[in-house]
Structure formats: structure tokens, C-alpha cells
Write a new protein. Structure first.
Length: 270
């Protein structure tokens, strides 16, 4: 089957990154069944020939109007599709879509008639917000990292920046590679408009990764590998915390002075 990725190395590379990350999510046990979502703004790689190609679906309503997404193009996971399937064949488990000129509909362009994730409106709302802010971030990731989700079952870690402070103090790399920490979104119904709005409000407090209580994380970054890396370092820190607790003690954590020294040495925000 002819793919839009043929002879489009930049687009192909971006979508291969999605497949790579989808494989990691499955291997890490963060993507049971069809859990998680990935949406990447690939507009920069769309050429005139692709623009002229007829879509394979009619316009479908997004459910909201997103003014900055006019004629933006996204690669997104298909509804009900599994990350492990996306890892094997991204163009069979996901779709390339174009937002129509009214900013309220999308059309599937390629390769197959794969209906995008039910979380599409919330992912697109985040991309609209990122563009409005002038952010260079083009990728959004939702996944279920086990230890981070476990933390949110204790109110202590839902206090603003309590989990961030603890996670940063487990191993220096956490603050170095996730310097904005972990925002917290109190429990809301999956796929709901309220969850999308609360996610955007929390990202706007200058977080790249937000935690949905008792559900999973939502992360944004320049590309999907970088978004994954931020979640990976945070979850590693949560694993170290859990390992210490399993050894029968509360870990000491790095001191405030050690964290300050790290921020100064690496010129980190906050
Ligand atoms: O789309 O994880 O929360 C699968 C999910 C929704
Ligand atoms: Zn989920």
C-alpha cells in the first residue's frame, strides 16, 4: 500500500518517533489495552502535493472551535488502538488528519480510515493553547505510568508541588531533566471537557507534565521522545521512592541546599 510517508523523510522521522515511544510505553507497562494517547502537530512537514490530496473522510466535528488550528495537520492514535500496535505499524494504528478552515472539524487524509482517539478534542485543545502561547512544543502524550499513578492515591502527594519536591529529591537527574516539575489535576472524568480545561490551566502554571489524579499523566514537549523522557525520569524517581519504602524506610531525599546547588549549576528554572 502506498503511504504518505514515502519520499517524505521529515514526516516519516516524526511518525517513527511516535512508533518508538509507543513501543516504550507498552514495554514499561504504562499502556495496558488501548491506554494512552499521542498527538503530534506535523504541520511543518506538509508539502503542497499532500495539501492537494483528497481526504479519505468527510469533515467530522471536533466538538469545539480551535481558532489557531486552521489548516494544521496532526498525527494521532486511532480510537481503541493499542500502543503496541502503533509501535509495529503507526500508519495502521493512527491517522494523519487535517483541521478544516472553520477550525471546528477535521478530515482524515491518510493512510487509512482510522478514526482518531476519543481524547482528540482534549489533545487538540492543548495544541491550540500551545500555539496561542507561541510555544515550540508540538507533541502531546497521555500515558499511565504505574508508580506515578500510585502516588496520587495518597492526598499528601496531591498538595501543590509536594510530589515534585519529593521526586526531585530522589535522584539529581529528575530536576535536571524535568525542571518544571509535576502539576496536579484533581480527579475528573476521562475524556471530559472539564479534564481538558483543567489540564490547560495547569500547563499554564508553567508545567510540562501534569498528573491526572488516579489516572495518568499528560505531557507536552518539542517532540514525542522529549515528552516521554520527562515522564520517564519522573516515574524513575517514583520507583526509587517506592523501592526505599519496600526496603522498610522513608527515603531521606536530597536536601534543599543540594537541590538549590543543582539549579544554580545547571541554570534550571524555579
Ligand atoms: O485513550 O487512556 O484516558 C485511552 C486513555 C484515555
Ligand atoms: Zn488514560
Amino acid at each position: 500500500m502506498k503511504s504518505v510517508l514515502n519520499n517524505r523523510p521529515a514526516l516519516k522521522e516524526d511518525i517513527e518517533k511516535v512508533a518508538e515511544v509507543a513501543g516504550y510505553l507498552w514495554q514499561k507497562g504504562w499502556a495496558e489495552r488501548n491506554g494512552g494517547n499521542i498527538t503530534v502537530n506535523v504541520t511543518a512537514w506538509i508539502d503542497d502535493e499532500l495539501r492537494a490530496q483528497s481526504p479519505i473522510s468527510g469533515p467530522r466535528a471536533i466538538g469545539m472551535t480551535l481558532p489557531r488550528l486552521r489548516d494544521c495537520w496532526f498525527f494521532c492514535k486511532g480510537t481503541g488502538r493499542r500502543m503496541r500496535d502503533l509501535a509495529r505499524d503507526p500508519m495502521a494504528g493512527g491517522a494523519l488528519i487535517r483541521i478544516t478552515d472553520d477550525c471546528a472539524h477535521y478530515q482524515i487524509v491518510a493512510d487509512r480510515l482510522v478514526t482518531p482517539t476519543s481524547e482528540l478534542p482534549s489533545h487538540l485543545a492543548v495544541h491550540d493553547y500551545l500555539l496561542a502561547k507561541g510555544s515550540p512544543y508540538r507533541a502531546s502524550l497521555h500515558t499511565h505510568p504505574t508508580e506515578l499513578v500510585a502516588l496520587t492515591h495518597n492526598k499528601k502527594w496531591l498538595e501543590k508541588d509536594a510530589a515534585t519536591r519529593m521526586l526531585w529529591s530522589m535522584i539529581p537527574e529528575t530536576k535536571a531533566f524535568c525542571p518544571r516539575g509535576l502539576g496536579i489535576v484533581p480527579y475528573l472524568l476521562p475524556s471530559s471537557l472539564e479534564l481538558a480545561e483543567a489540564t490547560i490551566r495547569t500547563l499554564d502554571q508553567d508545567y510540562d507534565v501534569v498528573m491526572w489524579e488516579k489516572h495518568g499523566v499528560f505531557a507536552v514537549d518539542t517532540d514525542i521522545v522529549s515528552a516521554f523522557d520527562q515522564v520517564d525520569v519522573l516515574n524513575k524517581a517514583a520507583q526509587i521512592y517506592g523501592a526505599a519504602r519496600n526496603m522498610g524506610f522513608e527515603p531521606d531525599g536530597m536536601t534543599d541546599a543540594q537541590l538549590r546547588e543543582l539549579s544554580d549549576a545547571f541554570d534550571l528554572p524555579k
